[in-house]
Ligand binder design. Structure first.
Ligand SMILES: NC(=O)c1ccc[n+]([C@@H]2O[C@H](COP(=O)([O-])OP(=O)(O)OC[C@H]3O[C@@H](n4cnc5c(N)ncnc54)[C@H](OP(=O)(O)O)[C@@H]3O)[C@@H](O)[C@H]2O)c1
Length: 248
């Protein structure tokens, strides 16, 4: 798929992977809108990115999602690409958590990582359909292939994003063939989300570069960095993939 001249909404484009995707897409002559909760982070991103539209929006609040789709399309003058990037990760152990205390956090993590991604996609499809060539890009995770023990809801939500990306692709291939569905599957990346933990992280810039290369080659599932090896191991010896990721 050609990656210039698009009108693009990136959720969570104010930092990390979303920010680097925004930077690379702007450099390729696309019009980009980013969203996030924190106005100051959005203002800082705008200063660094220059020609970008910023929309303050909280994906944890379901009622803001249709409005986000409308605002992005209005301010961009249409929409031809939706990048479902925003995500949060909570680490906890059930044995050490009070059910009443973690209930709200569990609901928020599923809402931001999964429900918002699906409902925003649903809200954007009628707008994307109007473009000659359009795409949805979902950012899942290597943890969708094999989970780690410390982030149960995050891993479950990412496995669901992987499954949803497949079913959405099946439906759109039949019903809306001008809209392609891509999924980028990153390994551990050096961003605010992973601050203070993990080794061997790759840069968000590498994730953006490999993702855009995958889209240009019409590769619908784009394994990034070490996820290529993880996919291979998981295909032939799933128990080893599970062991590698379990305490990662
Ligand atoms: N970092 C990794 O190792 C890694 C690996 C695989 C996959 N991923 C995935 O890559 C995506 C980006 O992660 P990242 O590492 O770049 O994280 P990040 O640096 O923490 O950035 C997250 C972005 O999402 C926004 N965001 C968070 N909650 C939001 C909400 N409720 N509503 C709207 N925006 C929200 C944040 O802005 P505000 O805080 O202002 O809302 C920020 O712009 C996520 O889906 C993550 O799961 C990350």
């Amino acid at each position: 798929m050609k990656l210039s001249g698009h009108k693009i909404l990136i959720t969570g484009g104010s930092s990390g992977i979303g920010f680097e995707l925004a930077r690379s897409l702007i450099a390729r002559n696309n019009q980009v809108a980013i969203c996030g909760r924190d106005r100051q982070k959005l203002a800082n991103a705008r200063e660094l990115l220059g020609d970008v539209i910023t929309i303050q929006s909280d994906l944890a609040i379901a009622s803001q999602i249709p409005e986000l789709a409308q605002k992005a399309a209005q301010q961009l003058g249409g929409l031809s690409m939706l990048v479902n990037n925003a995500g949060i990760q909570r680490n906890f152990r059930f044995s050490q958590s009070e059910p009443t205390q973690i209930g709200a956090a569990i609901a928020e993590e599923i809402q931001v990582n999964l429900t918002a991604l699906i409902t925003l996609t649903a809200a954007c499809l009628p707008i994307l359909k109007q473009a000659e060539s359009a795409a949805v890009l979902n950012i899942s995770s290597g943890l969708a292939i094999a989970p780690k023990a410390s982030a149960p809801v995050y891993c479950a939500s990412k496995a669901a994003v992987h499954s949803f990306s497949q079913t959405l692709r099946y439906q759109l291939e039949d019903d809306m063939p001008t809209i392609k569905v891509f999924e980028a599957i990153p390994p551990l990346v050096d961003t605010q989300m992973t601050q203070g933990r993990g080794k061997g992280k790759i840069s968000p810039r590498q994730v953006a570069a490999e993702t855009l290369q995958g889209i240009e080659r019409d590769r619908y599932e784009i394994p990034i960095g070490k996820v290529k090896l993880l996919q291979l191991i998981h295909r032939f010896v799933p128990a080893i993939a599970a062991k590698i990721l379990r305490n990662s």
